[in-house]
Design a protein around this ligand. Structure first.
Ligand code: FE2
Length: 331
């Protein structure tokens, strides 16, 4: 199937420019973390937003990576419309070919919104649907009912993960290509001794990958993507990686691959660099899926009846762009 390309790419404003424009619109961005993320104050998503606000929020999304809108009371139509104000694959949405189709329960009449909450996958740092040619650029959670304890979502900046590397490491990482096997997902992963779920045992995670292939309905079984990609809206580079689906770098063994990555990723997900989202009802969070890692936390920490949210992956028509020319994606 031919790849659909984004029609136009509008370069996002810088953070100082975003803050200036926000002041004029009565909006404030409050940092969630020293390196990324912002709480957005002064926006009511239940009301129609002027184009100037939508454009500002879009720029802020790409620059901050995670945006949190607290105390929202929008309905599913407003939620869908707001998501669709961001770049997306129109034909996939119109034809309801949603890349999060593996969540069968949907908000009635609003099929882009999956109903989730009681259970999660194994907690592990990842980006959603890395195995696609055009993984979603934007994902969102709208929390309707939250447990008092547990059920947090963790976020870490994949842009910072790249930026904190030495110049030699950056140059080397930009040459690497990741192999993903979707049928090896979520196996054999462990918890770091400090209690945070981490990149710990890539080898164990993929030990079943060589078994008979399984039929996959919602994406290819195998994909190669560059490890370092470049965001079209900001020019920022990020480490594009999914612990659960990664097997090895092209040309490297699993053990070598693990050794190359481990220090960089463990450092980038240090507790002080992680945004821990302690959910409250009415929280709406969007994350730039190609620029931010996320992880759930164990379900056993809360009662299954206590959590209820909408989850959207906004289908994209923009292929992953390698940070370095000549390092390509291959299906
Ligand atoms: Fe996810």
């Amino acid at each position: 199937m031919p790849i659909e390309h984004a029609d136009t790419v509008r370069r996002a404003a810088s953070i100082p420019e975003i803050k200036d424009r926000a002041k004029c619109l009565g909006i404030e961005f409050r940092p969630l973390n020293p390196v990324f993320g912002a709480e957005v104050l002064g926006v009511d998503l239940s009301q129609p937003l002027p184009d100037s606000t939508k454009s500002l929020l879009q720029d802020a999304q790409w620059r901050y990576g995670v945006t949190l809108y607290r105390g929202q009371s929008m309905g599913p139509a407003e939620e869908t419309n707001f998501l669709l104000s961001f770049p997306h694959n129109e034909s996939a949405i119109a034809e309801q070919r949603f890349c999060n189709g593996f969540f069968p329960e949907r908000v009635p009449g609003h099929p882009m919104l999956a109903v989730r909450g009681k259970t999660s996958f194994v907690p592990v740092w990842h980006m959603d649907k890395n195995e696609l040619v055009c993984p979603p650029e934007l994902c969102s959670i709208y929390m309707l009912k939250a447990p008092a304890v547990g059920g947090e979502t963790l976020y870490a900046s994949a842009v910072h993960a790249y930026e904190r590397l030495s110049s030699d490491q950056k140059a080397f990482f930009e040459t690497l290509q990741c192999e993903y096997r979707a049928d090896s997902a979520f196996r054999g992963l462990t918890i770091h001794e400090n209690g945070v779920w981490r990149v710990d045992d890539v080898e164990a995670a993929v030990k079943l990958a060589d078994e008979d292939p399984v039929e996959l309905k919602y994406g290819p079984r195998y994909m190669v993507h560059p490890l370092v990609i470049q965001d079209p809206y900001t020019g920022l580079k990020s480490i594009f990686y999914n612990t659960a689906l990664f097997t090895n770098f092209v040309g490297y063994s699993r053990q070598q691959s693990r050794e190359i990555l481990e220090d960089a990723l463990v450092a980038a997900t240090a507790p002080e660099l992680v945004v821990e989202m302690k959910w409250q009802p009415g929280d709406f969070v969007m994350w730039s899926n190609r620029m931010v890692f996320h992880s759930n936390t164990p379900d056993v920490m809360f009662n299954a009846s206590e959590r209820h949210f909408h989850l959207a992956f906004l289908d994209s028509k923009t292929p992953v762009t390698a940070a370095r020319e000549g390092v390509q994606s291959m299906a």
